[in-house]
Design a protein around this ligand. Structure first.
Ligand code: PLP
Length: 410
């Protein structure tokens, strides 16, 4: 019997000690408590299109329904032939060099593949260059894998492009790779060829591999063209990520992919590691794989969202103009995705803790945003707004935010 012995409690693994993923964190927990109490919270916190009336193209749903009975078994661990063939074609259009069917892996979202890539790569003390601000899963997975995320600065004064001098200065003997997120979450900025070339020069000089998260590559506005960095450096080893969560509004179906390209001879052993981890998870969700071909090559409903008159385009115009007119806020106009990352004048509002700022805004105005520190941004002077809600809702939020800042800590 256990009589007389102290009660045994179960603690989480110390591997999680420094893992941060605050896109769903303490501020969100508070918002959920408020909702349970019947409060209506205006949610500008998560990049999940479906709840905001962005519907999956009908043909995609139809396609999945008709294939369900054929998707009962596991697939090849990398994925169905039809899905990988479609991704192969997409990779060719993007100019990814030296890609074969074996270089394409599907995943339960890009999320699973980021985790696999970091686990297969990093030993204790190995360093990887990750942007600040970032989509925090990259830092979290690198940390969980036992590696050391080293953040390079993206410079708001320079349109949020990576600061190449800062990136270069942070390379050490232990650095293995550079991560870029292009188009970026949380800044919404698209990188031009000069910046990509600068990153390639650093990778070349120090023999680093490149991970490029391009999940927003089909959500680019203003007639700009997305360029895959891998297409510019066939001599380097690159891994390029994309998926359907954002472009086809099916974040819940869980389907993403990664494509290995360029000089794969440099990464023979690493690829064995990727294959092992890919095999260990058996395969990604097969019904979701079954629609990749139709989604990628069917009717491109997403284009209509990001051109003038389309919802994402118009909502960006609205939210950008509204934010820049609020005293104490300044902001860079995003090119892509559905995020904007405004700066708050911390002196004016005497802000030292951005979690507190987000909590105060939540409690006072029932508006939920994510604080900049949730994206590994070191100063307490930013927050991210997801502009997926309709303009009527965004307008209510912006009016309330302006009102809040007219009296906050003054
Ligand atoms: N990468 C970036 C930059 C993201 O913003 C997200 C989701 O917000 C993901 C990856 C993960 O997407 P999923 O796992 O749905 O493919």
């Amino acid at each position: 019997s256990s009589e007389g012995r102290p009660m045994r409690t179960f603690k989480k693994s110390s591997k999680l000690d420094n893992v941060l993923y605050d896109v769903r964190g303490p501020v969100v927990d508070e918002a959920m408590r408020m909702e349970q109490d019947g409060v209506n919270v205006l949610k500008l916190n998560i990049g999940n299109p479906a709840p905001f009336g962005f519907r999956t193209p009908d043909e995609v749903v139809y396609d999945m329904a008709h294939q369900l009975t054929e998707c009962e078994g596991y697939s090849d661990s990398r994925g169905l032939f039809s899905a990988r063939k479609a991704i192969m074609q997409y990779s060719q259009i993007k100019g990814l060099p030296n890609v074969t069917m074996d270089d394409i892996y599907t995943g339960n979202g890009v999320s699973e593949l980021i985790n696999i890539c970091m686990s297969a790569l990093l030993d204790s003390g190995d360093e990887i260059l990750i942007p600040s601000p970032d989509y925090p899963l990259w830092t979290a997975c690198a940390t969980l894998a036992g590696g050391k995320p080293v953040h390079y600065i993206c410079d708001e004064e320079a349109n949020w492009y990576p600061d190449l001098d800062d990136m270069r200065s942070k390379v050490t003997d232990r650095t293995k790779a550079i991560v870029i997120i292009n188009p970026n979450n949380p800044t919404g900025v698209l990188y031009p060829p000069e910046i990509l070339q600068g990153i390639i020069d650093i990778a070349r000089e120090h023999q680093l591999m490149i991970f490029s998260d391009e999940i927003y590559d089909r959500l680019v506005m203003d007639g700009k063209e997305h360029i895959s960095i891998a297409s510019m450096c066939p001599d380097l080893f690159c891994v390029t990520f994309s998926g359907l969560s954002k472009s086809h509004m099916i974040a819940g179906y869980r389907i993403g992919w990664m494509v290995l390209s360029g000089n794969k001879r440099l990464a023979k052993d690493y690829i064995l590691g990727l294959n092992m981890l890919s095999n260990m998870r058996l395969c990604s969700n097969v019904p979701a794989q079954s629609i990749v071909q139709t989604a990628l090559w069917g009717h491109q409903s997403v284009k209509g969202y990001v051109t003038p008159g389309g919802r994402i385009y118009e909502q960006r115009e609205y939210v950008y103009n509204a934010l820049k007119d609020i005293p104490g806020i300044s902001v860079v106009k995003p090119d892509a995705a559905f995020y904007i990352f405004p700066k708050i004048d911390v002196k004016k509002f005497n802000i030292t803790d951005d979690v507190q700022f987000a909590l105060d805004l939540l409690k006072d105005k029932k508006i939920l945003v994510v604080q900049g520190s949730g994206f590994n941004w070191k100063e307490p002077d930013h927050f991210r707004v997801v502009y997926l809600p309709r303009i009527e809702v965004l307008s209510e939020c912006m009016t309330k935010l302006a009102d809040f800042l007219s009296y906050y800590r003054q």
